[in-house]
Design a protein around this ligand. Structure first.
Ligand SMILES: [Zn+2]
Length: 187
């Protein structure tokens, strides 16, 4: 189980919710791997992965753009730019918005790279994002600066990053993939 800095336990929503949000009675409990049911009124609520987007942005030296996290979870660790998808937003719109918000630059082209499941512990809840990753080219580097929840921007080769420096398990999986692809293209 993941522990917070203060020592209190983080839990997934399936274990966290105990009262029915419809009738308010106790006994709201897991019915399946992705839903909770109330034994009193029969109300069923389904839980789903949180939709999220990640950008792989390269500079001319083929280094990858990483951000350092300004806030919890994993404050101070390296992350790839991106974030959660808002309601009524497409993956592409979400990524364009996040890149503008975090880096103050604009995406030119998006190419789908793959998807990775991860865990995001925040205020005692373990959310489960499903990260949709895109390779992104940008219109111009002019204006690039750390904004919003980004403390610092850095460019690093996939080979010089260690997994311990990274915030999320999906970051590590993406890095592994990038190294394999680079290895294949070199051999
Ligand atoms: Zn109920």
């Amino acid at each position: 189980m993941i522990q917070s800095d203060s020592g209190s336990a983080f839990k997934p929503p399936l274990e966290l919710f105990k009262f029915c949000p419809r009738c308010g009675k106790k006994g709201f409990s897991p019915q399946d791997v992705n839903c909770l049911k109330c034994p009193s009124c029969g109300f069923i609520y389904y839980l789903n992965p949180a939709s999220s987007v990640i950008a792989i942005i390269r500079n001319r030296e083929d280094q990858i753009l990483f951000t350092r996290r300004r806030f919890e979870p994993h404050i101070g660790k390296l992350d790839l730019p991106g974030g959660f998808v808002d309601f009524d937003e497409t993956l592409e719109e979400a990524l364009q918005r996040e890149i503008k918000e975090e880096l103050n630059i604009e995406v030119q082209e998006l190419t789908y790279y793959g998807s990775f499941s991860t865990k995001y512990p925040y205020k005692q809840v373990i959310y489960q994002p499903l990260d949709a990753v895109f390779e992104c080219s940008i219109k111009s580097w002019d204006g690039l600066k750390p904004c919003d929840d980004v403390a610092e921007i850095c460019f690093r080769s996939p080979w010089e990053i260690t997994f311990e420096e990274l915030a999320f398990s999906s970051n590590c999986l993406i890095l592994e993939n990038l190294r394999k692809m680079k290895h294949r293209s070199n051999s």
